[in-house]
Design a binder for this molecule. Structure first.
Ligand code: IPE
Ligand code: IPE
Ligand code: MG
Length: 240
């Protein structure tokens, strides 16, 4: 039986986060340049977004580019940025057709100007959509996010807008880029690596982690549904 049919639709995760990893290895194994792996990864993004929308997942966060990824060779960074802009432009009508709202977390000011503008354009064009929230983590890292939150809290305390004694974990969360999103229920990482790589460190506190050997360019709807099925076999205790 297909995994989709095995999923209990009454207990779906609300928020699924994905570390899309293994594009470079997928390409190298086939004798291609790494960028071909990134290009093929776009199909997986499309499939995963469709799969999430089909069953009514509310939030899908995709780790597309980390703060540390700026340190890759310029040629790869440029190619990734171009791919990003092209894909976003091409997919905006489909997102609108499917009632998907695009969002972004991360330091967007570091993106090349053209890329940032085109991204902001798409964010604006899909902002009233009420279906799936597709969240791109771009130029994102959790330590960047938490550091920025600490700076903002200190500024507000200095200017009398925030009393340090009133800071709770909810207040901290309200200073993060994810302020209006629930924490992920499930994190998927592809390509066999079992680490977090500076992704959502605060938000993953009680998230279920799922690792698969499949490289991102091979990831399809069935892989996504399998991850949800496996998630549903687990017992979440939240320390209780
Ligand atoms: C993930 O694939 C995509 C990005 C980080 C942008 P990689 O490029 O990390 O591929 P591997 O892990 O080297 O195979
Ligand atoms: C994490 O993958 C970042 C993204 C998927 C965007 P990396 O390939 O950059 O992480 P490491 O280097 O394996 O930890
Ligand atoms: Mg990688």
């Amino acid at each position: 039986m297909a995994y989709k049919e095995k999923i209990d639709m009454s207990r779906l995760p609300v928020h699924i986060a994905v570390i899309m990893d293994g594009n470079g290895r997928w390409a190298q194994q086939r004798g291609y340049d790494r960028i071909v792996g990134h290009q093929n990864g776009v199909t997986s993004v499309r499939e995963t977004t469709e799969a999430a929308a089909e069953i009514g997942i509310k939030y899908l966060t995709l780790y597309a580019f980390s703060t540390e990824n700026w340190g890759r060779p310029k040629q790869e960074v440029d190619a990734l940025m171009e791919l990003l802009v092209d894909t976003i432009e091409k997919e905006t009508p489909t997102l609108n057709k499917n009632n998907v709202r695009l969002r972004a977390i991360g330091d967007l000011s570091r993106l090349p100007e053209g890329a940032e503008n085109k991204l902001r354009n798409c964010l604006k064009q899909t902002e009233t959509n009420t279906g799936l929230n597709l969240v791109l983590a771009l130029s994102y890292s959790a330590r960047w996010e938490i550091t920025a939150a600490a700076q903002a809290m200190c500024r507000d305390a200095r200017d009398g807008r925030l009393n340090p004694d009133d800071i709770t974990d909810r207040v901290v969360a309200s200073y993060l880029d994810t302020r209006d999103m629930p924490d992920p229920d499930l994190l998927i990482r592809t390509s066999g690596e079992q680490r977090i790589s500076n992704f959502l460190l605060w938000q993953l506190a009680y998230t279920e982690l799922y690792f698969t050997e499949t490289h991102w360019p091979d990831f399809r709807k069935e892989n996504f549904y399998q991850a949800i099925y496996e998630y549903q076999q687990r017992e979440r205790r939240f320390g209780k």
